[in-house]
Design a binder for this molecule. Sequence first.
Ligand code: NI
Length: 188
Amino acid sequence: MSILKIARMGHPVLEKRAAPVADPTAPEIARLIADMYETLDDIGGAGLAAPQVHVGLRVVIFEVPAVRTQDESEEEIPRTTLINPEIEPIGPEIAVDWEGCLSVPGLRGAVPRPARIRYRALTPAGERIEREVDGFHARVVQHECDHLDGVLYPMRMTDLSTLHFVSEMRHNPRLNQPLTTPPIEDVA
Ligand code: NI
């Protein structure tokens, strides 16, 4: 296994639509996934998409760690690999919450996304999975799958005044609040 280099915003691999995986059970896909988990373990984070390690294939990994579930009635989800995932929103509700990205290091911003989604994907064993999810689970899957279509979270932001360096957060109460509804400034 290897720790892979993370592509950062501006690298063309992050701007392209990634290609579908022809055979999810192929040994080179297993190797890619193992390397992605080792890379995520090394750098820390809730998820990673293959284009972030310079591989233009439709593969994402994620987890919903316990630390993300404490304030919500949410289920902890162990490490999960999605191959060729497809997402559809369920209902009109939009949720806004803070996001960061390993490809946009040091920054964080408030991102509106559909609150509830259904996703379908193949597993590395070639089996189909289909889930309806909300909360952080829905957010991390949408964030990672956006990487497969060349979309980074700042491109989803509607209030750029919330974009900030994590290292400056402690100076700014405005940036330390939980976001459950669109920020007031959005509608003012
Ligand atoms: Ni990301």
